[in-house]
Design a protein around this ligand. Structure first.
Ligand code: UD1
Length: 416
């Protein structure tokens, strides 16, 4: 396991360019299976979650080649539909996308329950109910799932919760099914639009992605395509928060401002000096930050993935900030680590209260999950003295070159 070591208190200045979105890439890569030809993905982030998916594709005997320019070529002509065992599936949450992709293409998938950050129970019942509605049967033995269908037929599916993973997985299973599928109460996250555009580029017939009603007319064949991964809105948001916490002038490049509206409004409410341009944001030294209340919600609400990062900035706002976490049950573990650095925090069920302004002091902390780890990086950059973040591999799952990017703008940060 790696550690990230930060000598805090440096004022950052310069430009950071955001990479391709993890949560798009991790769906686009398994979906290459659905294609009958070779696909090219551009702007694929170089992160360990992508490597883990590449390993699964290699295990399935797909052709895969990564170029230095961030392009990934995937050819699924040679695929053998083998069981995806624990060692491969548990490495990340998004391994669940192989369920929809293999079912959609081969009408069968055998794999272990996915892994991922421990931020709640994270069941996959909505995915499975969707597969069943399309005609699949599911055999569950311990952690192992066998999902198969003689035939997949379009159906009307209502999601009890607008789940990102379930929406995408059902699209995968439905894209080559016979007839029309409607997903009602679908998730509307930008990554879903990115995935639907990709499938349409291959010849799928999907409309309504980005709204709560997605229509998928099944097709028989999907052809090769070139597709670009959208910029990572969570990575962008993380660097904006870092800019607010400790920069004199930080420009965050390659953003889609519409994807960051809820965060940018919250930052302005806190008193952050942020200027948003067409595809970048400039954050200048922000003093006299104020406390705010944040409620996480499905897109376009405030993303749960950024509340843990914003929590660190809240320690620098005067007054009591509040977070109401609505998506996951166990997403405040970062606060116990922040406490070790001097933060004044209180957790009460799905709510957390953070009192500021507090001086944070460097110490040894533990990244309990990916975004918790990102929040600790922000804390380490602000803190007096040295912060050692243990279990930093979790951070590398979702942030391409985070140490190099931060060092280039003046941070004293190393990976060991
Ligand atoms: C995805 C993102 C994650 C983000 C989350 C919410 C990926 C790989 N991960 O996770 O970074 O934090 O969206 O924006 O894209 N649920 C069920 N049953 C299901 C599926 C979900 O009860 O079958 C619940 C979950 O436990 C959770 C909520 O629905 O409470 C939202 O989950 P979902 O949107 O599915 O998140 P993920 O796809 O796991």
């Amino acid at each position: 396991m790696h550690k990230i070591i930060i000598n805090g208190g440096k004022k950052l200045e310069g430009e950071i360019t955001v990479s391709g979105a993890k949560n798009s890439a991790v769906a686009l890569i398994p979906a290459a299976i659905l294609c009958d030809e070779t696909i090219t993905l551009a702007n694929v982030p170089n992160i360990s979650d992508v490597e883990a998916l590449e390993d699964i594709l290699k295990h399935l005997n797909a052709g895969i080649e990564r170029r230095d320019n961030g392009e990934l070529y995937i050819s699924s002509n040679t695929i053998e539909n083998k069981k995806i065992d624990k060692k491969l599936a548990k490495k990340l949450r998004a391994s669940y996308y192989f369920m929809g992709a293999l079912l959609g293409k081969y009408k069968k998938c055998e794999m272990c329950f996915p892994g991922g950050c421990s931020i709640g129970t994270r069941p996959i019942d909505l995915h499975l109910k969707g597969f069943e509605a399309l005609g699949a049967t599911i055999k569950e033995k311990g952690d192992n799932y066998i999902i198969q269908a003689d035939e997949l037929k379009g159906a009307k599916i209502y999601l009890d919760f607008a789940s990102v993973g379930a929406t995408i997985n059902i699209m995968f299973a439905a894209v080559r099914a016979e007839g029309t599928t409607i997903i009602n109460n679908a998730a509307k996250e930008p990554e879903i639009v990115n995935v639907a555009t990709y499938l349409n580029n291959m010849g799928a017939k999907i409309t309504g992605a980005g709204t709560k009603k997605i229509k998928i007319e099944g097709v028989k064949y999907l052809h090769s395509c070139f597709h670009e991964v959208i910029p990572d809105r969570i990575e962008a948001g993380t660097y904006e928060i870092i800019g607010a916490a400790c920069s004199t002038n930080l420009k965050v490049n390659n953003i889609i401002p519409e994807h960051l509206e809820s965060l940018n409004n919250k930052l302005k409410e806190m008193g952050v000096d942020i200027t948003v341009n067409d595809d970048s944001a400039i954050i200048k030294e922000s003093t006299n930050l104020k406390s705010v209340c944040v409620t996480t919600a499905v897109y376009p609400g405030f993303p749960t993935d950024l509340q843990q990062v914003l929590a660190t900035l809240m320690t620098q706002g005067t007054g009591e900030s509040e977070i109401h976490e609505n998506i996951f049950e166990n997403r405040f573990q970062n606060l116990y680590e922040l406490k070790k650095m001097g933060a004044k925090v209180k957790v009460d069920g799905d709510r957390a209260y953070i009192k500021g302004k507090t001086t944070l002091t460097g110490t040894e902390v533990y990244a309990t999950d990916l975004r918790a780890g990102a929040g600790l990086v922000v804390a380490g950059l602000i803190a007096e003295g040295t912060t050692v973040i243990d279990n930093a591999d979790l951070i590398l799952r979702g942030y391409e070159g985070i140490v190099d990017k931060l060092r280039a703008v003046g941070a004293d940060i190393t990976l060991k």
